[in-house]
Design a protein around this ligand. Structure first.
Ligand SMILES: *Cc1c(COP(=O)(O)O)cnc(C)c1O
Length: 370
């Protein structure tokens, strides 16, 4: 049969009427930038996430940049984050003029290791960016505790974790500022690039909005230079329609993950650990297998699409040669990266598809090489 990695067409088919009407509404109004459609989505998404204020942006990367600036990160500061995140996290740190200080992760969860964060703090450290990788919240209690003791700001990278929670509380996953991505493949995806930065601090929200709109609070009056990071109204309209379905889609993802977990128990396929008391929203369902490349090749033969998130930790990327970190700097991330594979995961999958992928993965992972 075969199973795709993600099926955005199936999702569109399930909500086509509302999406088409929302897009047509913006086109007919010709209010493409800003306006009530954007404000409404910002309010709705902030409320959904447990934040007081939301500022839409044109991508998750620009949201992260605004989140850093809103948290007061300046040229020469150091910002600590995980070495296994997507490059946007560290790009945003560089865009703010700061230096990314990478640390290793916990082997079982692949989330930033608070003990490594604590060890990396220097007098120049200004902030920590926990990444809620794959949709699972990082250990925010431990990170907030370090931040309090060392007087640092916490900036959450929630690009993969819309709707996740800790002890049932979404607010507990947020930082002083929190960046979300609505890249089409994310759990809440736009029909193009989009993002949002959330905070409880009204002054900071106003500043981030101005920074993302050419440094202006009032048209043609520029308090400082900024960027054009605005969220456009067509994306906001699409996102507002989809937000109403997000909890139901998340429930489906969690049910698929539970079904995968059950199938893999006692097999050669080892899922990344989901920590009790944290609501993992399974942007990605990632497992570890002994021979990852052979497993992926066998799945491909059966028409099952897989991915690797991410194939090379940031410290080994050419873009970060300037950090001077070599192979061996982060042994846990380096070890796990050779074994991880992401399996198909999206709300519209059927139970039969999950079963097909699970059976094929167990077979592929246990097959003897050669
Ligand atoms: C997707 C993603 C981003 C960047 O979001 P864009 O909308 O693609 O700019 C940042 N961090 C993480 C962890 C991501 O997965």
């Amino acid at each position: 049969m075969g199973v795709p990695f993600l099926d955005l067409k199936a999702q569109y088919a399930s909500i086509k009427g509302d999406i088409d009407a929302a897009i047509a509404g913006v086109v007919e109004s010709c209010g493409f930038i800003g306006g009530e459609t954007v404000r409404r989505f910002e309010r709705n998404f902030a409320a959904y996430s447990g934040a007081k204020f939301g500022v839409g942006s044109c991508s998750g990367t620009s949201a992260l940049h605004l989140a850093l600036l809103g948290a007061g990160v300046k040229r020469g500061d150091e910002v600590i984050t995980a070495c296994n995140t997507f490059i946007a996290t560290t790009e945003a740190i560089m865009h703010a003029g700061a230096k990314p200080v990478l640390v290793d992760v916990d082997e079982e969860t692949q989330l930033i290791d608070p003990a490594k964060v604590e060890a990396a703090v220097t007098p120049r450290t200004r902030a920590i960016i926990p990444v809620h990788l794959y949709g699972q919240p990082a250990d925010m209690d431990a990170i907030n505790d370090i931040a309090r003791r060392k007087n640092l700001k916490v900036i959450a990278d929630a690009a993969q974790s819309h709707g996740s929670s800790i002890a049932g509380d979404r607010k507990k996953t947020l930082g002083f500022t929190t960046a979300f991505s609505f890249y089409p493949g994310k759990n809440l995806g736009a029909y193009g690039d989009a993002g949002l930065v959330a905070t409880d601090d009204e002054e900071v929200a106003i500043t981030m909005r101005a920074l993302g709109d050419h440094g202006s609070k009032e048209k043609y009056h520029h308090l400082y230079e900024g960027w054009n990071y605005r969220l456009d109204a067509i994306q906001a309209a699409v996102l507002d329609v989809k937000l109403k379905h997000l909890d139901q889609w998340t429930e489906r993802r969690r049910a698929h993950a539970a079904r995968y977990d059950e199938a893999f128990a006692g097999s050669a396929v080892q899922p990344i650990k989901a920590v009790p008391n944290r609501t993992h929203v399974y942007h990605l369902y990632v497992v570890r297998v002994a021979d990852r490349d052979a497993t992926m090749a066998r799945l491909k033969e059966k028409g099952i699409a897989t991915g690797i998130h991410y194939p090379l930790p940031l410290h080994l990327q050419p873009a970060y040669a300037h950090l001077g970190l070599k192979q061996g700097a982060f042994p846990i991330a380096e070890k796990v990266v050779a074994r991880i594979v992401s399996l198909p995961m999206y709300a519209e999958m059927t139970d039969a598809m999950v079963d097909e992928v699970a059976a094929a993965t167990i077979e592929a992972a246990s097959a003897r090489v050669g």
